[in-house]
Design a protein around this ligand. Structure first.
Ligand code: DAH
Length: 340
């Protein structure tokens, strides 16, 4: 009996039908009241009791298989009998077309670039694989500055002088060594730091660097440009606050806060009750940096600023986990389809 079932199984899996009639003939042969499978069911009575369970299951399997197979042959026969052009439904609407979306970091980067282009900044680029000079030494980092440490910087094993840039400030140096003022540039790009990946830190992220060098550039100019930037980005009600800070390449240096984008300054969980959110570092280019990059510091002054794109994107869209930016999960990316 089991052998017979196995044999029918093979026979049925090899069946072909040219058209619906042939498929129907096969149905009659195997599945009708007098068909081969019904015959097996009749014989089932004589199967010894201890084999009944196994044989019963096999017969059921065979029956289901035969039904599926013959149905498929019927449908297949229908299709192949239709002429080629009938297979394409020309009346079907092409909509909805699934649209791709820009990556949230690209959306925010474009917005930042757009604002500064209107103020006369042009784009500049530099390499992600850099040397120590452009990332640190030319920017006035002392030899023992902790940022050079292995805990922060990715080094190339065979060449300790070759590193992955840890900030886009390296592009300042690239541009200054190649051009004389006036210089007014914006450098968006990816940077790398040796951090364990978590919701709040990543080993790569994105920054935008700004640099303006000319005669008579003052801190007032810097403050005014940053105020305009913050109001364009977060809305006309936005206030800014500059706090004294330290960076090796600027003197004086400051960190800029904007009034909280959620509560407007009253204090909430986003700004931890302070009403302010830190968004960038800035300052007047240290004369030593101008000189190291071939610019006469007795003639020219300049300002610089740098910000993290992930940070600003989080403030605008409340993305809770930094890892989402690089996972390419379409459910996340689709949320930005309606953004610019
Ligand atoms: N490079 C700094 C960082 O990665 C950011 C920065 C601060 C850039 C002050 C600047 C600046 O141009 O003036 O944290």
């Amino acid at each position: 009996m089991l052998q017979k079932i196995e044999q029918l199984m093979q026979e049925i899996s090899a069946l072909h039908a040219k058209n619906a009639q042939e498929a129907e003939a096969l149905r009659i042969k195997y599945l009708s009241k007098k068909g081969e499978i019904s015959q097996l069911m009749n014989d089932f009575r004589s199967v010894p009791a201890e084999l009944k369970k196994e044989v019963g299951m096999k017969i059921n399997e065979l029956k289901n298989f035969a039904q599926e197979r013959i149905n498929a042959l019927k449908e297949g026969a229908g299709e192949s009998s239709a002429s080629g052009s009938d297979a394409i439904d020309l009346t079907r609407t092409p909509y909805p077309i699934t649209l791709g979306s820009r990556h949230p970091l690209t959306i925010v980067k474009n917005e930042i670039v757009d604002i500064f282009s209107r103020l006369g900044f042009t784009l500049a680029e530099g390499p992600e694989v850099e040397d120590d000079w452009h990332v640190y030494s030319s920017l006035n980092f002392a030899d023992d500055h902790p940022a050079r440490d292995m805990q922060d910087t990715f080094f190339v094993e065979a060449h300790p002088d070759i590193i992955l840039r840890s900030h886009t400030s390296s592009v300042q140096s690239r541009v200054m060594e190649a051009t004389q003022p006036p210089i007014r540039i914006l450098c968006p790009g990816r940077v790398y730091r040796n951090e364990a990946v978590s919701a709040r830190a990543h080993c790569f992220f994105h920054q935008v660097e700004g640099l303006y060098v000319d005669k008579n550039v003052s801190f007032t100019d810097l403050k005014q440009v940053l105020l305009l930037f913050a109001q364009e980005l977060f809305g006309p009600e936005t206030k800014i606050r500059l706090r004294p800070s330290y960076f090796p390449f600027t003197e004086p240096s400051a960190e800029m806060d904007v009034s909280c984008t959620i509560c407007g300054g009253k204090g909430c969980s986003m700004c931890k009750g302070s009403g302010w959110l830190e968004i960038l570092g800035c300052g007047m280019v240290d004369p030593a940096v101008l000189e190291a990059n071939g610019i006469d510091s007795s003639v020219y002054t300049g300002y610089a600023f740098g910000m993290g794109i992930e940070r600003i994107t989080n403030l605008k869209y409340q993305v809770k986990d930094l890892r989402m930016f690089s996972e390419n999960d379409v459910r996340f990316l689709d949320e930005f389809t309606s953004a610019r």
